[in-house]
Design a protein around this ligand. Sequence first.
Ligand code: GLA
Length: 396
Amino acid sequence: MAMKTFTCRVALGIAVLGLCAAGGELWALDNGVARTPPMGWNSWNKFHCDVSEDLIKQAADAMVSSGMKDAGYQFIVIDDCWQVSRDADGNIVPDPKRFPNGMKALADYVHSKGLKFGVYSDAGLRTCQGRPGGRGYEFQDARQYAAWGVDYLKYDWCNHGTQDSAASYSLMRDALEKSGRPIVFSLCEWGSTKPWLWAKDIGNLWRTTGDIEDKWEGRAKFDGLGVVQILDLQDGLQSYAGPGHWNDPDMLEVGNGGMTDTEYRAHFSMWCLLAAPLMAGNDIRSMTPDIRDILTNKEVIAVDQDPAGIEGHRVKRDGGLEVWSKQLADGGRAVALLNRTGAEAQITATWPEIGYPSDIRAKVRDLWEKKDLGEMHGSFSAQVPSHGVVMVTIKP
Ligand code: GLA
């Protein structure tokens, strides 16, 4: 699985760059996974340290019974706090009370549902919640994860002291490669050292910001990042994303209770427009039908999972009224009209703003109403609710 990456690194050394270019993108991590943005569920946003074998099994069950698996969600990821210590040989030890049957049995259960299994660790000495980190144990941990059947590793950046970020994450990348198991590698250093500039050859996704909070907007600079603050921090990063290497604006808060369904629909739409990883972060065992319908809207998910892997970006900003556009593999555009203001408003996207000549006709389809709106000429306008989106595809 690692052949192209290896070839490319050697090739740089001997300056035969043509070898790398053959067969694909120069420098992208070539572990064969996450060709479209990963989709799954992660325990952190809702459960924090309150994780257990029962919870993870129930989340796997719910991913199937809710229709999320059918909509494309795959990974069940345990975030911080599953680990308590290392044994005398340095092996990482899962909490024996919360995970009485160990991680292999849990991974087997998740796999038996047709899903994939993920865990969390940290590139520093300790995780953000003070559990043992991976520093100094990278190859031992990677071997252990592979033996358990881990398919996804989220790797955090707390307690890293003077470590260099690119070097630390490269070491774990190499360890995962050596483990022989394809494992999605999720870098979580919060954008602090601009991973979009160096991580394409190292990770499959990298966080671009600090932690999301379950709110539309942070009130002050250090009041946590709401959905719109995170959006503002994505604009300009779009050229760094592509198949196998994604910008990660953090996990979803859809369904956690701090926003209205209109805001959650906008949050979900914008993450799909950004080709963001879609990691649900709510209690998927007990969702309302409206929340389930947001998380499983296949037409909106298809925008996220479009095989071209082109991240969308903001093409117009008029006060709190915005137009975002994402080019699709079939030449069409997904367009989100986003209203950040406190009142309903009309928003217009013109064809030149989304990269079309103004005189062509194009078919417009509303992805939330699931309705064809007919052929339009030159522009598309809609009334958009406060803190809401209208999301359409526009295809000549
Ligand atoms: C950091 C990460 C979060 C979560 C916590 C766990 O804050 O950014 O996503 O993993 O650590 O402690």
